[in-house]
Design a binder for this molecule. Structure first.
Ligand code: GCU
Length: 595
């Protein structure tokens, strides 16, 4: 048993690229001593990036990141953050400033703040997420750069920050590019900005970087605990306390500042019916980091999916991370509670957080509410499979998604991709990601959303080389909408893999309040009928272990331009964007009641 744990740990350290100033992701930041930098930030829209490059497109030394002010009357400074507009952060600029609704490019953000660094301590600057590229400056000094719009990152700014007045400036750029992850095209709004919480985190010189505490899959009386300090120091004492389980141990770090241990305990198992969480306290040098952790096992046996050793049917729904009422990116505990309570009303015990890691509130609120989670990285449609930088980017996002949520009992599936075209290059790219996910976390399942695009003679046969890498076979099918509109009842299915099956997407669009014949597109009756026919068809699929229909609520997409119907919304929601239930809602709810 000990050998397996050590292996998992090592793999983490070698796989991701950490740039200068940036430090490995801090685990459980929500329970650490922090100073929020949320609130009003000044911003400057810089279409031609003249705050970063000169007219020869060389990097500027005296760019906007200096936050300069004229000292002499004749001084020429052609920007002034303090005279610029303000935007509430976290948010996206598209819904905060009408001029920027469609904007893709650079926007500069500045926040001044007063700070008293604790003597002998370090200060980290933490971002929940910034879409897409962030270049970060503290008091005019560049502390680092991050790409990827949906995972957290942090910089050690101890050397740059000082007593009293400080300022942080972020150059945010959400321009799309074919080599990015996601790539050039995707069916959701490219919300730009500092989209999640920003905070300063106060940590001691030597601090607990991250840790993992999981129930052993083969021994329900054993917890596997591993921990990493920020420094490679041996002999440091870390105590772990789980009062309700009478666990109280003091453990010593090895030469790499790591701990790996097995703890005897017999916890109540976390489940949707009983989302039991235990208080856990980790103490190093008198500083205690608290958390709430649940324990459960998730595994497959042939085509069965077993939660805590019992077969489970995943009554799911797909969700985009978007506030209702056209409010842009969801980013708060309240947003999470709203969206998840809508899923609960549908009768769900599972959500697919599409197509990128959602904010931590979403995952933690789901855990409290007893909702299982599928979490995914935006390897979506046709990525640059042979570009090594693109791979490093995807691998990094996978790493950070797992490292942020590895202690969440409700997260059961890591998804590495959605609707990707078959090719040897794609298989190689995704195969490496699947291996990485399994090596980093041997306690959860790996999947991806495959596709079944056609049914000669009404026979749907799934064939995908990636079947060998994933634990659960998931695929999207749009019978009734993109194909075979009238033929659901004639369909037969063949999924030639001895693994559980999840239908990760099915569905169709309807404009809330539009009524008519059931063969009339965009009416609620059309969508209702599609759900009636699809759920009856799905009942015939052998090994069906769950579904996550597309989608909880209508969401914004630049690909949906049908005036009077779509108006830049994908209308496949079971709820309108205002939370109004469409007729199909009741079809799915009834079907789940029967499961
Ligand atoms: C695809 C895709 C979704 C998209 C949906 C649709 O399957 O995965 O991101 O929104 O279809 O067409 O509505």
């Amino acid at each position: 048993m000990m050998k397996k744990l050590v292996i998992t740990f090592v793999m983490l350290l070698t796989s991701v690229v950490i740039r200068a100033g940036e430090v490995p992701l801090l685990g459980n930041v929500l329970n650490r001593p922090t100073t929020t930098l949320n609130g009003d930030w000044n911003y400057i829209v810089d279409v031609q990036e003249c705050g970063y490059y000169d007219y020869r497109h060389n990097k500027l030394r005296w760019g906007f990141f200096q936050n300069a002010k004229p000292k002499q009357p004749e001084d020429l400074i052609e920007y002034d953050f303090d005279k610029s507009d303000k935007m509430q952060i976290p948010s996206d600029w598209n819904t905060r400033d009408q001029r920027l609704f469609f904007y893709e490019g650079t926007v500069w953000f500045k926040r001044s703040f007063n700070y008293q660094p604790k003597p002998g301590h370090r200060t980290l600057l933490y971002f929940g997420a910034v879409n897409y590229e962030a270049i970060v400056f503290v008091n005019g000094v560049e502390v680092g750069k991050h790409v990827g719009g949906f995972t957290p990152f942090n910089f050690d700014v101890t050397e740059q920050i000082h007593e009293g007045e400080n300022f942080v400036i972020v150059k945010v750029d959400n321009k799309r590019d074919k080599d990015n992850v996601p790539t050039l095209i995707f069916d959701w709004w490219n919300y730009g900005g500092i989209t999640r919480d920003v905070m300063l985190v106060d940590v001691p010189q030597t601090y607990i970087e991250n840790y993992s505490l999981q129930l052993d899959r083969n021994n329900l009386k054993q917890l596997n605990f591993s921990l990493q300090l920020n420094e490679k120091v041996a002999g440091r004492e870390v105590s772990i306390l789980i009062p309700e389980l009478k666990v109280k141990r003091t453990l010593i770090t090895d030469a790499d500042g790591r701990i790996a241990a097995m703890l005897k305990a017999k916890p109540q198992l976390w489940s949707p019916e009983n989302p039991k969480l235990y208080k856990v306290e980790l103490t190093l040098d008198g500083e205690t980091l608290a958390d709430e952790i649940g324990f459960r096992t998730i595994e497959t046996r042939g085509k069965q999916l077993l939660l805590n050793g019992k077969p489970i049917f995943l009554k799911g729904i797909s969700i985009h991370e978007e506030k209702p009422n056209g409010g842009g990116r969801a980013n708060s505990r309240e947003d999470a509670q709203t969206l998840l309570s809508w899923a609960k009303e549908l009768g769900c015990n599972f959500v697919r957080l599409a197509h990128y890691p959602h904010n931590e509130f979403m995952v933690r609120e789901a855990e409290r509410m007893g909702i299982l989670v599928w979490s995914e990285i935006p390897v979506y449609w046709t990525i640059s499979w042979t570009n090594e930088q693109t791979f490093a980017n995807a691998s990094r996002q996978l790493n950070d998604m797992i490292r942020r949520d590895q202690n969440r009992a409700n997260v059961i599936i890591w998804s590495i991709a959605n609707e990707t075209p078959h090719s040897a290059e794609r298989d190689a790219f995704l195969g490496r990601l699947a291996r990485q996910a399994h090596e980093m976390d041997g306690t959860r399942l790996v999947s991806m959303a495959m596709e079944v695009l056609s049914a000669p003679n009404y026979h749907n046969r799934l064939q995908d080389n990636m079947n060998q890498y994933v634990d659960v076979i998931s695929f999207n099918q749009y019978i009734g909408w993109y194909r075979d509109v009238k033929d659901a009842s004639k369909m037969t299915w063949e999924i030639p893999y001895e693994k559980p099956v999840i239908i990760s997407e099915f569905g169709g669009g309807a404009k809330y309040g539009l009524h008519g014949q059931k063969n009339q597109r965009w009416t609620e009756e059309f969508q209702e009928n599609l759900y009636i026919e699809n759920t009856a068809m799905l009942d015939k699929i052998e090994g069906l272990a769950g579904t996550t229909p597309w989608i909880l609520k209508d969401f914004r997409s630049p690909r949906r331009v049908l005036n009077g119907i779509q108006d830049y919304y994908n209308r496949k929601g079971l709820y309108s964007d205002k939370g109004e239930k469409k007729k199909a809602f009741y079809v799915l709810k009834a079907w789940y009641e029967g499961k």
